[in-house]
Design a protein around this ligand. Structure first.
Ligand SMILES: Nc1nc2c(ncn2[C@@H]2O[C@H](COP(=O)(O)OP(=O)(O)OP(=O)(O)O)[C@@H](O)[C@H]2O)c(=O)[nH]1
Length: 692
């Protein structure tokens, strides 16, 4: 029989007051969050282009993908991917592609401005550490939309194995990012390019993705410079090569408005004050806007000044027309690949003339600067002038502590990869067991984490494989293949349907609130790895010596042990590099960290700042100070003169005494002293008459 209590209960009603309260506050919180979601202000004009950062380990196909996408949108062949490339991708949408450098500093910079990150993964090799490092960095800067792209899938000869690998990588990608995160497959190359159909589908995906409004970015003005120019007068550069430069930076302003005179931080260069901001004509307007202006007969669909693509350059007060290099054979351009454009190969004569154009110093100057090195030791690296070169997103230092530590090891590996790359990109199998230095497992295994870094020599270079305990890379096992991957064999329609699904926000972004069962432990592992490295002594890593000797090197100048390890010139340079108060860039506060403190027990130093604590005439203040002093017997110099009222003795200042030789000055001083004395006598007489 049903109890009366049960009958009186309503369906879906709360039974516990606390639970009801909790749910109520949660729904109120969700509502508030919805209300406070930052919204892009479209009233000012067209929104700036959507930034797509293409990231991946070296040689994964980043440049090729950007070239293919640019070709898809603009029908233009891009010879070189340099700097941001803006293309019109739809009636009311522009996309700015940016290749993320393979070093950690570049990754940090790129993560700050990415609206969408395309994570390129070499399907034939598997996940590499670069991907996880980039994910970790993005987590710090506000997570944008993320999409994985698998390349090098044509290296699988066996269809079955390809299918299995795709599935394995997809599940791992989901586990690392989020269930349902989009992973795109680029099945191979045709005539050295990705297939048109796949590029088309990827472009459709990119166009449907909406950027996540990140509150910090919405509240701060920032711009990705797509062009920069040094406008310092050549005369001042000639007089002083290290003079303060004036740089003009061009780019789309994002976030909010920038104020005139505000301070800006340029990544890799430091803090600077802005001398002016000007709005220019849009170099890559939307088709609708271009029509309205009616100034162009041909729609311009791209803008990539750093890559040398495009014929017009917009300046503050001028528009420049680029003439193709083959039309002006010997003009001095900064395009290194100019000869390639001609399609005739490298002509010796042309190359000679071009090198002459690039000569900065005459032969005499070069001879003056040259020196003979008797020993094989490298001279202390000369700090060359601080010219900004290349990409506006350049390397930056000392910003993200954790990331920087990763960079130390990552950088080493990458640089070694650079030297090995000259062997060429061979399609040989990984030779992980053929070399003595293989399997340098940097990761200490006693952390109990599921992500491990495995350095190995593969395809002609060093690669850092991201090995997970949960996802075995057992390519060889050809066990039962009857998994349900019919949905995974992607037809193009599959891509599109998934695309529309992910475009409503359920797909790519890593959301910390949900997806608990799929949250991977890679962040934890990276942190553990970083902490482990932090403790390691560089001395020990490089020389295999106990670091104890290093600790007391500051005290012992001529320690013979040090001289073995540190080239003399370099050691001196390191010491000189410590900035002092005088040469420090006062605007860059980060540099204060290394400042040498002054010795404030030094009497002269104290005197040098004495004036800062006194307003008005120092001599009077000093006089007052001395009058207050009861003894009047200090060793300090007396700057003013006074009369001791008790003894009637007149003390003269040293200045007055030294000036005694000059009659004019002496007279004036005597008059003053006399006047003062009389005043004091009058005061004394008044005092005596009152009290005695
Ligand atoms: N077989 C095959 N080769 C590919 C694929 N994707 C890229 N490549 C080749 O890989 C090489 C490197 O491609 P890039 O686009 O220069 O790679 P990247 O990532 O820009 O390289 P870095 O700029 O050096 O980091 C090129 O020779 C490409 O043709 C692919 O899917 N299959």
């Amino acid at each position: 029989p049903l109890s009366p209590g049960f009958l009186s209960r309503k369906a879906f009603a709360f039974r516990s007051a606390t639970k009801a309260k909790r749910l109520q506050s949660r729904s109120a919180e969700i509502e508030q969050r919805r209300l406070h979601v930052p919204i892009m202000d479209r009233s000012i004009g067209e929104p700036p282009p959507f930034v797509v950062v293409v990231q991946g380990p070296p040689q994964v196909g980043k440049s090729l993908l950007i070239k293919c996408l640019v070709k898809h949108y603009t029908k233009q062949n891009l010879s070189d991917v340099r700097g941001p490339i803006t293309v019109v991708s739809g009636k009311s949408r522009r996309v700015q592609f940016l290749e993320c450098p393979s070093d950690i500093n570049g990754m940090i910079d790129a993560a700050k401005i990415a609206d969408l990150a395309l994570l390129l993964i070499d399907g034939s090799y598997g996940f590499e550490m670069d991907t996880f490092e980039f994910l970790n960095i993005m987590q710090v800067h506000g997570f944008p939309k993320v999409m994985g792209v698998l390349t090098h899938l044509d290296q699988f000869k066996d269809v079955k194995k390809l299918r299995k690998t795709k599935q394995r990588l997809k599940h791992r990608f989901w586990a690392e990012i989020k269930e349902g995160a989009k992973l795109f497959y680029l099945s191979g190359l045709i005539h050295g390019k990705y297939t048109k159909r796949e590029v088309h589908n990827l472009a459709r995906f990119i166009s449907v993705i909406k950027p996540i409004p990140l509150s910090w970015r919405m509240a701060h003005p920032y711009l990705l410079a797509d062009r920069f120019e040094d406008v310092t007068s050549s005369e001042s550069v000639r007089l002083n090569r290290k003079c303060d430069r004036k740089i003009t930076l061009y780019g789309y302003l994002r976030g909010c408005n920038m104020k005139r005179g505000t301070k800006v931080h340029i990544t890799g260069a430091g803090d600077f004050s802005l001398s002016g901001v000007t709005s220019l004509a849009d170099p890559c307007p939307l088709p609708s806007a271009a029509k309205k202006r009616g100034l162009r007969d041909k729609e311009k669909l791209f803008y990539a000044p750093m890559s040398g693509l495009g014929d017009l350059l917009y300046d503050k007060d001028a528009v420049y027309i680029n003439i193709n290099d083959h039309l002006v054979q010997f003009s001095n351009t900064d395009d290194n690949n100019a000869s390639k454009k001609q399609g005739k190969g490298n002509d010796v004569g042309v190359a000679l003339v071009k090198t002459l154009q690039n000569t900065k110093y005459s032969l005499d100057e070069k001879l003056d600067q040259s020196f003979i090195n008797f020993f094989g030791r490298r001279p202390a690296a000369q700090s060359e002038d601080s010219d900004m070169t290349g990409n506006a997103i350049s390397s930056r230092q000392n910003d993200q502590g954790e990331a920087n530590i990763l960079a130390q090891v990552g950088g080493n590996n990458l640089s070694s990869a650079g030297t090995l790359e000259s062997n060429g990109h061979s399609s040989s199998e990984c030779s992980s067991d053929s070399e003595g230095d293989n399997d340098d497992d940097i990761q200490p295994s006693d952390h109990g984490v599921d992500l491990r870094e495995e350095v190995e020599f593969c395809n002609g270079r060093m690669r850092r494989k991201a090995v997970s305990a949960n996802f075995q890379d057992d390519d060889d096992d050809d066990g039962s293949d009857n998994e349900d991957d019919s949905h995974n064999e992607d037809s193009d329609d599959d891509h599109l349907s998934e695309g529309s699904l992910s475009s409503d926000g359920s797909g790519e972004a890593l959301d910390s609130d949900d997806g608990t069962e799929n949250t991977s432990k890679w962040k934890k592992s990276l942190l553990a790895r970083t902490l482990a490295r932090r403790g390691a002594s560089l001395m020990q890593l490089v020389y295999g010596q106990a670091s104890a000797e290093l600790d007391n090197d500051s005290g012992e100048e001529g320690s013979s042990d040090e001289e073995i390890f540190v080239p003399k010139g370099q050691k001196k340079q390191v010491k000189n590099e410590l900035p002092s108060f005088d040469d420090i860039d006062a605007e860059d506060y980060s540099k204060f960290l290394k400042v040498e403190l002054r010795d404030w027990s030094n009497e002269d130093l104290i005197k040098s700042i004495r004036d800062r604590f006194v307003t008005g005439d120092w001599s009077k203040a000093s006089l007052r100070g001395r009058e207050v002093d009861e003894n009047g017997e200090g060793d300090e110099e007396i700057d003013g003169d006074f009369e001791d009222l008790e003894t009637g003795e007149v003390h003269k200042s040293q200045a007055a005494e030294s000036a005694a030789g000059k009659p004019g000055v002496q007279k004036e001083d005597e008059l003053k002293v006399e006047e003062l004395r009389l005043k004091k006598l009058a005061l004394k007489a008044k005092f005596d008459s009152d009290y005695i």
